[in-house]
Design a protein around this ligand. Structure first.
Ligand code: FES
Length: 292
């Protein structure tokens, strides 16, 4: 701890950090060399290196930051600035499963706030806290661009779509019981440390993991298909088994009565235009080059 000349503790830990045991450091140095070799500028390897040290201890420690600084020739201040900027790096010991409930606007109104409150009561922890068994850390998370599946819960960054209070309670119960839990899409769930190693750039070697990395599913493609002039497919909401979208089974409102040829553009916004057509300073004709 840092202390004043009068011996008053300021409550802040002081560098240098303790080193890793020799065998751990040697292993991490081998992994780090593999990561650094992927980048033309070694400094670019800082983010995956922080995931690497996070995979060792479950969070980014002072020892981990010192290691990154040593490997990359950076100051610990530079490494700390990056590690504290991104929320994907934990700064304190946490659970095997980071359960993040999206409470941004859309998820919140669709039930995310209710889910977060219910999980706090159910687990007996607050935001950023870990259950006594060390299994689950509960967190608010920001929008993960999965709003069409709101409310969304993420476990170690894997998606659990269209959650309810009941399904979220069941999810954390299963995680704590060690039951097999499958995300709605993507690879099978693994622990936070294992996830951190994958994010560091090492392959997920579990059987079937790569093949299982699926897409966002049909709902996220509806807008794209509408933009292309296709009729929207019928969407069945997995939560209630009923129709989810209003314009189902019919052509989009602005579509022509007959299906346009594939090459035809539906609006001026996506049609390629000559420069002269989109530049008010040159309403017609090619622009003469200076000196012509
Ligand atoms: S608001 Fe929750 S994923 Fe976008």
């Amino acid at each position: 701890m840092t202390t004043t000349p009068e011996g008053v503790s300021l409550g802040m830990p002081q560098l240098p950090a303790p080193d890793y045991p020799d065998d751990v450091r040697a292993r991490l140095e081998r992994d780090a060399a593999e990561i650094v070799a992927r980048y033309p500028d070694s400094r670019s390897a800082l983010l995956p290196l922080l995931h690497l040290v996070q995979s060792e201890e479950g969070h980014v420690t002072r020892t981990g930051m010192q290691f990154c600084a040593d490997v990359l020739g950076l100051t610990t201040a530079e490494v700390t600035a990056v590690a504290t900027f991104y929320t994907m790096y934990r700064r304190k010991p946490s659970g095997d499963y980071q359960v993040g409930v999206c409470t941004n606007t859309l998820c919140a109104v669709m039930g995310g706030d209710a889910i977060f409150e219910a999980l706090q009561d159910h687990l007996g922890v607050g935001n950023g806290e870990t259950t006594d068994d060390g299994k689950v850390t509960l967190e608010h998370i920001e929008c993960n661009a999965a709003c069409d599946f709101a409310p969304v819960v993420m476990v170690n960054w894997e998606f659990f779509d269209n959650q309810t209070v009941d399904s979220a309670r069941q999810l954390v119960d299963d995680l704590r019981a060690g039951a097999r839990v499958e995300p709605t899409r993507g690879a099978p769930l693994c622990t936070f440390k294992e996830t951190a190693r994958i994010l560091a750039g090492f392959p997920d070697e579990r059987d079937g993991a790569v093949e299982a990395s699926g897409s966002a599913g049909p709902a996220s493609l509806i807008g794209l298909r509408l933009a292309k002039g296709e009729a929207a497919a019928r969407v069945v909401h997995p939560r209630d088994g009923g129709p989810h979208d209003e314009p189902q089974d019919r052509a989009p409102r602005d579509a022509a009565p007959h299906e346009p040829p594939a090459a035809e553009h539906l609006s001026s916004h996506d049609a390629p235009q000559d420069t002269s057509a989109s530049d008010p300073a040159h309403p017609a004709g090619p622009v003469a080059e200076e000196g012509e």
